[in-house]
Design a binder for this molecule. Structure first.
Ligand SMILES: [Fe+2]
Length: 249
């Protein structure tokens, strides 16, 4: 048996790419996946109108939707709300359209990498707080001996690009090594708007890191909008197919 996921990220409702979304909608309708997994940045500025558009679009897909928050999903203009209850709007969306993946082949475990404020600019980069990592590691410990493929979902990549001097995700290296040691087969993420799929190593532990591009108009480093099909069998068997949204498609 296999389970097929479609991984998307950084849709950024408010500046979403409607033609990219239309192509994805067709791909889903033609061959419905077991779930669409979105690793955050659902909105551009966390406005109520953007969340309403996101809710309508996710509900229209007709397949289970698994969501994570991104740094853009906390209020940007309403700082009071950002500090006191940053995930209120996100939680309301998740309650409306979010679901869980039920699969004999793969299990998804979230890792929170977003913070409402941090002691550096920009606030957009990732931080792995101790309590967030502990929560993820506890879920991984509970899966010990589970034959399914284990995929951790996080908005920010845990390691920087291969060869880069600096990792923008604070404590990402430690999180990577701990999660790999705890038995995760892969971590999937967004945020950088550039796709990648590579086996990385840190602290003596290797793990697959899979990232997908954006479905918004906020293109980075020449990477077109994209989504990725991820097909899983038990035991860490993962195959992926990147679908770039270019004029040729
Ligand atoms: Fe982001």
């Amino acid at each position: 048996m296999t389970t097929r996921l479609i991984h998307i990220s950084d849709v950024h409702f408010g500046v979403e790419d409607r033609s990219a979304l239309a192509l994805l909608e067709r791909a889903i309708a033609d061959n419905p996946p077991d779930a669409v997994v979105c690793t955050g940045d659902l909105t551009q500025r966390a406005k109520h109108s953007e969340y309403a558009d996101a809710a309508q679009w996710f509900a229209s897909l007709g397949v289970p939707v698994v969501l994570d928050p991104g740094n853009h999903d906390m209020p940007y203009y309403n700082l009071w709300e950002r500090f006191t209850d940053p995930y209120r709007r996100y939680r309301a969306l998740k309650a409306k359209v979010g679901g869980e993946l039920a699969s004999d082949d793969v299990v998804l475990v979230p890792l929170k990498t977003t913070v409402r404020i941090q002691a550096r600019f920009p606030w957009s980069d990732g931080v792995v707080m101790d309590d967030a990592l502990s929560e993820t590691l506890a879920q991984l410990a509970a899966l010990k001996g589970d034959p399914r493929t284990i995929i951790v979902t996080a908005h920010h990549p845990l390691l920087g690009p291969e060869g880069a001097a600096k990792n923008p995700t604070i404590r990402g290296e430690d999180a990577f090594a701990a999660i790999a040691a705890a038995g995760a087969h892969a971590v999937i993420s967004g945020h950088v708007h550039v796709p990648f799929d590579e086996v990385r190593e840190h602290g003596g532990h290797a793990m697959r890191m899979i990232g997908v591009g954006t479905l918004s108009t906020r293109l980075r480093h020449g990477a077109p909008p994209s989504f990725r099909e991820i097909t899983c069998e038990k035991g860490g068997q993962i195959t992926t197919r990147l679908r770039e949204v270019t004029a040729a498609i």
